[in-house]
Design a protein around this ligand. Structure first.
Ligand code: FES
Length: 308
């Protein structure tokens, strides 16, 4: 038996839209960390369910708007002239409405608190141009075409000189496609990790310092490792000794006329030279590991390690 009379409106049942909205926000936040696709799906879910939720909550307020015709307008005017309608009490603001509005506000606030810092970290590098982990080697003028420059930098400035790393940078001019080309070799020997040295004199009078970066022009057409006699040519290919692959290389980018070091990668072999070289690239691996050929199948899988 119902306690409601025939004219008493039923309370609306619980809505599922808030749950969909919450799932959308969760997907959005998760996607910001792991995948743009998931973030986009989450954003769509949050928008769709948010709109449905808002429509549901405001349904009674919006109500039904009758069509206005000349007859209804005249009847309304006449009724208004004859009778002054009694002032109707404002609809009560029910507890369920208050709770729904509070939940919406709370969800929006939590979403903002969780999302804004993530967005800040993602968007800020676009304005500063340089990621924290990137190394800015300065203007391209620092690198004369066809010559190697020894670039040393602090991979972790907060750790000081112990984190200083060395790269051999050669400006190759432009590729056939008109793109700037640089050969950037990592100095760590790919036999057991000793520091490789350029086989040629360093121009000590032309040393440049930019923040934590030092640049030393060097006349070198090959590189040698003092530990076990490993030798590499100007492209980083092994020419003698025990190293098992070519010298590792850095990817690079050019931003605002400056050379920016990118990720390290391993190299199997380089054919050709400079801008016209064909480089067999592989994910970076520790020294002593073959990255191509039959030997690469005989080595155990090496867990990923920090390269800096
Ligand atoms: S570590 Fe370089 S040759 Fe052995």
């Amino acid at each position: 038996m119902s306690i409601n009379g025939p004219d008493t409106p039923h309370s609306p049942g619980p809505s599922l839209w808030p749950i969909g909205f919450a799932i959308g926000i969760a997907c959005l936040l998760l996607g910001l960390v792991i995948s743009w696709v998931i973030a986009a799906i989450g954003a769509v879910l949050a928008i769709v369910f948010g709109i449905l939720w808002a429509l549901d909550v405001t349904r009674d307020v919006r109500g039904h708007v009758p069509a206005i015709t000349p007859e209804t307008r005249a009847a309304a005017a006449q009724a208004e002239a004859e009778v002054e309608a009694p002032e109707e009490p404002l609809p009560a603001y029910t507890r369920s409405r208050f709770l729904e509005a509070s939940l919406i506000g709370l969800s929006a606030g939590m979403g903002a608190v969780l999302t804004l810092p993530v967005l800040g970290f993602m968007v800020l590098p676009s304005f500063t141009n340089i990621d924290e982990d990137e190394v800015d080697l300065g203007p391209l003028d620092n690198f004369p075409e066809g010559e190697y420059v020894i670039a040393t930098y602090l991979s972790k400035p907060e750790q000081g000189e112990v984190s200083r790393r060395t790269a051999f940078v050669r400006n190759n001019g432009s590729s056939e496609a008109g793109e700037p080309s640089f050969t950037i070799l990592y100095s760590r020997c790919v036999h057991l990790g000793c520091p490789v040295q350029p086989n040629g004199p360093i121009d000590e009078d032309a040393i440049k310092k930019i923040k934590n970066v030092e640049l030393r022009p060097v006349l070198a057409q090959s590189f040698g490792c003092p530990c076990h006699g490993g030798q590499y040519n100007a492209e980083g290919n092994r020419t003698a000794g025990p190293p098992v692959r070519s010298l590792d290389r850095y990817s690079f980018s050019i931003r605002n006329g400056k050379l920016i070091l990118g990720e390290l990668y391993a190299v199997g072999n380089v054919s050709g030279t400079g801008a016209n070289a064909t480089i067999a690239k592989y994910p970076w691996s520790v020294p002593g590991t073959h990255v191509d050929g039959l030997e690469s199948w005989l080595y155990p899988i090496v867990p990923s390690q920090v390269t800096g």
